[in-house]
Design a protein around this ligand. Structure first.
Ligand SMILES: *Cc1c(COP(=O)(O)O)cnc(C)c1O
Length: 458
């Protein structure tokens, strides 16, 4: 469909899919702070990381200088099954909002896993296979990452062991069964299969688990079993690198139609989709070639950027993972149980944390009922049922478009639509029944998490 000679969906040709990932760190004047060894307090070396992560991924993790990493042909072939992803002009939403703004979204939900996580899952599984490993371990919360990884592992013939936060394992059986269908083994966390799991269960019998705890278990199993490594679906530099495919495609499509977005908006859990979406645009901003307003959107119930501290912290509850300097609520922070919409990690990518700290991007916290109002409006106007996570970005895109209605400005607004919400219908049910509530942690709630921050002066 063509309106005003602009394609409704701006696909690139298959041959126009970028063939290298872009490493934003190469253009950062202030580099993200290095990961530290929690034992010594010294920056982690490649030798220390290789027992945990695949060799090639360690190189990508530590490389702050190489601007482009060629995408191996096997990964490009896999990408071609579901990429390029659509860049869509939201004409119907614009009409409903009666705004002069032009709204675009980059839709990453058009693959079976239903989110952008597949972009990094296939890359990480590929490098594990290349290294001759037997399998990988990981954690998953609601299950999007576990699903993406199990798809990638099935494709490459790798074993996949997933520790799933117990409350999700019990309450979200559908994603669990998708993972098992793709051949992954799924264990509710905390479990009796690991030392850290046993310890946590002894200290907190009946606990429903957390992402931080599941990470500790997955790392332990990877380190103890020969032929296994640990993989992670967000937060890490390597994941942002793989996700740069989102932004590179968006930039290429915009260049094709002669549009330059004024505002770029993305939801932020650990930062991977946002880091990927903004990568080439932020690169131009860092090199002084163009300026963009960039907004990270997070839940008011898990406000790492807007109320967190920029400090070294553990990425996991078990405190066995490296220390990362990031905006954090403390590794002991657990969002209130009524929080429905993902994005519940206590920390944030070190790359995005540094950019935010340096004033190169903004952040906004939104409450979940307003997020689901935005999701409903989007579903009814654009037809896609959005993931609750993605709907955080929709909320702020709508707010920005409404501001344009006030001012009459014809801004070009881009947001990342990271996935679909078919497995989040319990949350939609709560919203539809009028039973969804908002919880904003008090300063005292947050103080408990900050009290557990490690004392590091780096
Ligand atoms: C995992 C996920 C997110 C949040 O993770 P980031 O690493 O911050 O991108 C957002 N949307 C969807 C659909 C997800 O599955």
């Amino acid at each position: 469909m063509f309106v005003n000679n602009i394609p409704y969906k701006t696909y690139l040709a298959e041959s126009e899919i970028p063939n290298a990932w872009y490493n934003l760190r190469a253009d950062m004047k202030v580099k993200p702070a290095p990961l530290l060894n929690p034992g010594t307090g010294k920056p982690l070396t490649a030798e220390e990381l290789t027992p945990i992560f695949c060799e090639e991924l360690v190189k990508q993790e530590l490389d702050n200088d190489t601007r482009f990493f060629p995408i191996p042909k096997e990964i490009l072939d896999f990408y071609k099954m579901y990429r390029p992803s659509p860049l869509v002009r939201a004409y119907c939403l614009e009409k409903v909002l009666d705004t002069p703004a032009r709204i675009y979204y980059k839709f990453e939900g058009n693959n079976t896993s239903g989110s952008h996580k597949l972009n990094s899952a296939i890359a990480q599984a590929y490098y594990a296979k290349q290294q001759g490993l037997k399998g990988v371990t990981t954690e998953t919360g609601a299950g999007q990452w576990g699903t993406a990884l199990s798809m990638a592992c099935a494709y490459l013939g790798l074993d996949c062991k997933v520790f799933m936060v117990k409350v999700s394992y019990e309450q979200k059986p559908f994603r669990r069964e998708v993972m098992r269908t793709y051949g992954a083994s799924v264990t509710p966390s905390p479990s009796m299969e690991t030392e850290i799991g046993k310890k946590i269960l002894a200290e907190h019998p009946g606990t429903t688990g957390s992402l931080g705890c599941a990470i500790s278990e997955a790392v332990e199993v990877a380190v103890k079993n020969p032929g296994y490594r640990y993989v992670l679906g967000s937060v890490l530099n390597q994941v942002l690198l793989h996700q740069s495919i989102i932004g590179l495609e968006a930039k290429a499509a915009f260049d094709k139609i002669g549009v330059r977005p004024d505002v770029i908006i993305g939801c932020a859990g650990g930062g991977s989709n946002l880091g990927g979406l903004i990568a080439p645009f932020m690169g131009e901003k860092l090199r002084g070639e163009a300026d963009y307003r960039i907004i990270a959107v997070e839940p008011a119930s898990c406000p790492s950027f807007t109320r967190g501290k920029f400090a070294y912290d553990f990425c996991d509850t078990g405190m066995i993972c490296p220390l990362a300097k990031m905006y954090t609520l403390g590794s002991g922070f657990i969002p209130s149980p009524n929080h429905a919409g993902g994005l519940r990690f206590h920390g944030m990518s070190t790359v995005l944390s540094q950019l935010y700290h340096d004033g190169l991007m903004e952040a906004r916290a939104v409450e979940q009922t307003s997020v689901f109002e935005a999701a409903e409006l989007f579903a009814r106007s654009e037809g896609i049922l959005p993931a609750p996570e993605s709907s955080h970005a929709i909320r702020v895109a709508i707010d920005e478009a409404l501001k344009c209605r006030e001012t009459g400005e014809e801004k070009d607004i881009l947001f990342g639509l990271t996935g679909t919400g078919y497995f989040d219908l319990k949350a939609y049910e709560q919203f539809n029944d009028g039973k969804m509530t908002d919880y904003i942690p008090t300063d005292e709630d947050l103080a408990k998490g900050f009290a557990g921050l490690p004392k590091i002066d780096a």
